[in-house]
Each structure stands twice: as C-alpha cells, then as structure tokens.
Design a protein around this ligand. Structure first.
Ligand code: SAH
Length: 347
C-alpha cells in the first residue's frame, strides 16, 4: 500500500482534487463516496459501476482501508460485540444493540481512554491513541457489511474513549455519518465525561446530534473520586456549561448516572441531583453499575434504584432505569476493553 492514497482518509473536497489531478471527471469522486458509504464496499474492485480500466487506474494510486474483524460475540439478549483490528495492530470494540426496530451501534472514539473513571474497565487499560475520523466511521461501515441487508439506524458515541478529547476527528466523523452514510442527527448521541471547554465548541462545529453527559455524582467530592476529570472541570462549571448549551427547541440533554452502592445512590444524592438540574431541559438515564473483575464497586440494590428514580420523577424529571445489555459478553457500558494481541486472548 506504500505511496497509495487511502481514499477514506480524504475529505470530500480532497478526493475531488485528487480525482481531478488524475484527469478523471469530478463526478467520479461523488460515485466513489456513494459506493463507500452507502454500499459499504471494501475494495475498489467491488465498484462494479466503474469499468475495469477505471478500477485499475484507481487501484494503482489508491486503496480503500478496512477494519479487520478479529472476533464477533453474541449475547443471550442478541447484543453483539465486535473486536476490530486497526492498521497498526491496535484493537477497538463496537457494540450492536437491537431494540424495538432500531439497530443501534455503540462506537469507540479512542484506543483506550485517559479519563480513568473508577467504575469503567476501558479506563483501566489507559490511553493508547486517538482514532482517525475514518476509523470511527469504519466501525459503522464494517458492521453494516456484516449485517446485510439490515442497516444500522442509530449511533451512540459511548464506546471506548472520550469523544471530546479527540475533538477534530470526532467532529469530522459525525459530518460523514450524517452526510455520507445518511444517519439522521436525531439518531446520533455523543456522550462525554464533561470536557467543559469543548462543549461550546462542539455546539459550534458539529452537526446537532444529541448530547449526553456522564454525571454520576452530585458533589465535587464524590465526583472527584469517581471521575478524576472533575478535578479539572468541577461540577459547577460542567452544569453551567450545560445550562448554556445551545439546545435545539425540541431537544433535551441526557444525563447519565451510574448507580453505585453506597457511593452516589442516597436519597440526598437524588435530591441534590434534582437541584443541580433545575432549569435544564433534560432527562436522566439511571444505569445500575455493571460490575467488572477489576473493581470492588457494587451495583446499587433495586430498592435504592427505585427510590432514587422516584425522587426524580416526583420532581417531574424524566428518569429511566437503563438495563445495560450484553453483560454476559462484557459488552455493556463500562465493560469494553481491547488493547494489544496479548490482551485479546483474555477477551
Ligand atoms: N467517555 C464517554 C463515553 C464512554 S462511557 C463518557 O464518559 O460519557 C459511556 C457511559 O457508560 C457513561 O455514561 C458511563 O458513565 C457509563 N459507564 C461506564 N462504566 C460503567 C459501568 N461499569 N457500569 C455502568 N455504566 C458505566
């Protein structure tokens, strides 16, 4: 592949320039994009609309990169986990969640994660590198190819990594998902641990996708302990940024709140949460902690979860208890990990 251009690494304008420089008409760039993003082709040879001669010409100077499927696991609840290898040998995970006519893909934005949230397994492997925009988008293309003729309908950026810490590539990926793959921005949700200065920028630069904030605590003391990022961007700053976030009229911010026994699940926490969220158009997803072998934290008992939810509901905050799917294959929230080939053996 040396010296050949990876077509997926080019923006639409750059591809048009590249195609023009080869003496080809510009509409070829449009056709290439259609075949790559709408028909999920994995090689130039699959583009049957092009003559053999044109395919040969393109193949001499360019190629289409692909994620390599290393492993595919199916949960008892039909959730599927895909382990993909990147060109440099690093691996990432994506999770497909079928639900009431929707096919949601949970995609990763980084190899590993630098946030070190205490309850999350991805954080334990540390940060390896950012994904490129095409590696982010390719998770969708690769899974679409595997599940043909079905197609992914919804995207959540809630897999490995902190998306706002990989800002430029994530924003470019979102534009491609919306405009090239054609998934509506209403069906896309980005979840962040709360990189406060990036929130406003995100509203300016990215398509208007849904925003989810991993809140998980109601005091700085508690949140510092669970999510070290809170020491850099404390709760008051995060909540103020949410209040100012330019929401579309019909939209709400989702606050995710992982319920951990004895840490953040008291009645006082629920009352403080109501107070914090006052005046923010929002809903709350309560996520009972998914346990993993590398943490001693425990899931809140059902009684406490229901009591917590009740307080929110009584204050007219929409609060759903989200049962995480795919726990038997470590595909649920906070259970994704990849790393190097050695670690894959334990996968
Ligand atoms: N870095 C981003 C996206 C990844 S985490 C973020 O922090 O939002 C996606 C969601 O999974 C977050 O809301 C997080 O709070 C939740 N989560 C992480 N570990 C979990 C666990 N062990 N059990 C339940 N939810 C968890």
């Amino acid at each position: 592949m040396a010296n050949k251009i990876n077509i997926k690494s080019l923006s639409k304008d750059d591809l048009a320039t590249f195609i023009g420089a080869k003496g080809l008409p510009r509409y070829r760039a449009e056709q290439l994009f259609q075949w790559i993003y709408k028909r999920d082709v994995s090689s130039i040879d699959e583009i049957t609309e092009f003559s053999r001669e044109l395919r040969n010409t393109l193949r001499e100077v360019s190629f289409i990169s692909n994620l390599e499927l290393v492993k595919r696991l199916t949960s008892q609840d039909r959730t599927e986990k895909f382990l993909f290898a990147l060109e440099d040998g690093n691996t990432i995970e994506s999770v497909l969640i079928p639900d009431e006519g929707r096919l949601t893909l949970c995609i990763s934005s980084q190899v590993g994660c630098a946030m070190s949230c205490r309850f999350c397994l991805t954080g334990k492997q540390g940060f390896v590198r950012n994904l490129t925009s095409y590696e982010i988008v390719d998770q969708i293309t690769a899974v679409n190819r595997l599940i043909r003729p079905a197609r992914i309908s919804n995207i959540v950026l809630m897999g490995m990594g902190e998306p706002l810490a990989n800002f430029d590539e994530v924003v470019e990926a979102l534009w491609r998902i919306v405009y090239f793959i054609g998934i509506s921005r209403r069906r896309i949700t980005l979840s962040t641990a709360g990189i406060v200065p990036k929130l406003r920028l995100f509203a300016e630069k990215a398509p208007e996708v849904n925003l989810a904030i991993s809140l998980n605590a109601t005091t700085d003391e508690e949140r510092n302990e669970l999510m070290p990022i809170n020491k850099t961007y404390p709760l008051p700053q995060l909540i103020a940024a949410c209040r100012k976030y330019p929401l579309q009229p019909t939209r709400k911010i989702t606050f995710e709140y992982v319920l951990i026994d004895g840490k953040n699940d008291s009645i006082e926490d629920a009352l403080r949460l109501v107070h914090l969220l006052k005046g923010i158009r929002c809903k709350v997803n309560l996520i009972p902690l998914n346990i993993h072998p590398e943490s001693s934290l425990k899931r809140s008992p059902d009684k406490k979860i229901l009591a917590f939810q009740n307080i929110l509901l009584k204050s007219r905050i929409r609060a759903l208890i989200r049962g995480s799917k795919g726990q038997d294959i470590l595909a649920a929230c906070g259970q994704l990990r990849s790393g190097d080939a050695k670690k894959q053996l334990a996968f």
